[in-house]
Write a protein that binds this ligand. Sequence first.
Ligand code: ATP
Ligand code: MG
Length: 418
Amino acid sequence: MQPLRGTKDILPNEIQTWQLIHKVANDILNIHNYKEIRTPIIENTELFERSIGNFTDIVNKEMYSFYDQGKRNITLRPEGTASIARALITNKLYAEKSINRLWYLGPMFRYERPQKGRQRQFHQLGIECIGSNMPVADTEVIKLAIDILKKIECNDQYSLEINSIGNLSEREIYKINLVDYLKKYEDELDTDSKNRISKNPLRILDSKNLKTQKILQNAPKLEKYLSTTSLKHFETICEHLTYLNIKYKINNYLVRGLDYYNYTAFEIKTENLNQQNTICGGGRYDNLIEQLGGPCIPAVGWAIGLERLIPLMQKNLNQKAKHNRIYIAVQNLHKIDILWDIIHILQEYQLKFELDLNSNNLSKQIRKANQLKAKICLIIGENEIRDKSITIKWLQTGTQQNIQISNFRKYIEYLKKI
Ligand code: ATP
Ligand code: MG
């Protein structure tokens, strides 16, 4: 049996890395007053159509949608922001606080061609700062992405690109001029870009096709269409980033794949040359919440793709799985009255142990403890059961001690210190 194409099991030996990411995010974000939120994995399809936009790749061809038994049109969430905007509205979170700082980590689903760094079920860590239109909010959000990358030691393996895509009306005028220009070269554009001329022309700016890029060099520039307010917002963010010593590159061709962004758009990319080199994508979305039926509340956020982040994490962070320190060998698993007392004590002191569950003889069990590189082996044989004692064998040196169960706590106090 194989898992579905584009999905993967996360195995026990990888879990430490995932837990580490959760911990680092929690530690850093908590300090900045971001609260974790968990929204359902399924939502009404309409939520994504109304937010992400009908002409985007996600809604157009990547959604996992189905009808449930009540004939509702349901979608497995392809991203987190729309669900969080919905949760903010449903639960009126904006009524309690004027600023809601939220973060999430969980699986997302997109029907894409699976390849390196691209899965059908993948995971995103994301944050949303909801309630402020100030450039300092954009900066805080970008800084937190960098802080997290630094903390998990993806040192200097990435670069931040940032752009201002203005507001809706600025973009509308720009789109008309861009389309006018591109129509002249329609035959020379790549197929994707050709299709986008009528549906989503801004995305053409993002094209990786060299010929299209060449044509774009002389195309009208979005920044020329931006108002002073848009430009000022962007300049202020750049000033803050400079002060924070966060390196960035302004990329005037950067547009995000989702419709709801305005003003700021940014991406964090790795230096590696394969196509899936964007680890983090984000931006400002001042109209989304209103568009979904909520009040007019500005917001900014990002999402990091964890399957693309994990390969960058330095090996020293994938701490070597600690070997079980204590192995328990029992001669007769049917007569185990003192075994439970011993286990309770280990539990009380939070010592990690593994109980042998085979019915092998004691020497075989001790050999097993050696193989597993346990530090000590607790031996409970017939004699120990009779005397209410326990034999402690130090596997590295072979030294053995026998102590009364009543002294076991004291022994552990000593054990914990070493
Ligand atoms: P891409 O350019 O790779 O298609 P995107 O613009 O669709 O990315 P976003 O919707 O902004 O991506 O999602 C943010 C991040 O989530 C991406 O930068 C990437 O790291 C990750 N991501 C998106 N789609 C996938 C996928 N199918 N598999 C793994 N990670 C993904
Ligand atoms: Mg995509």
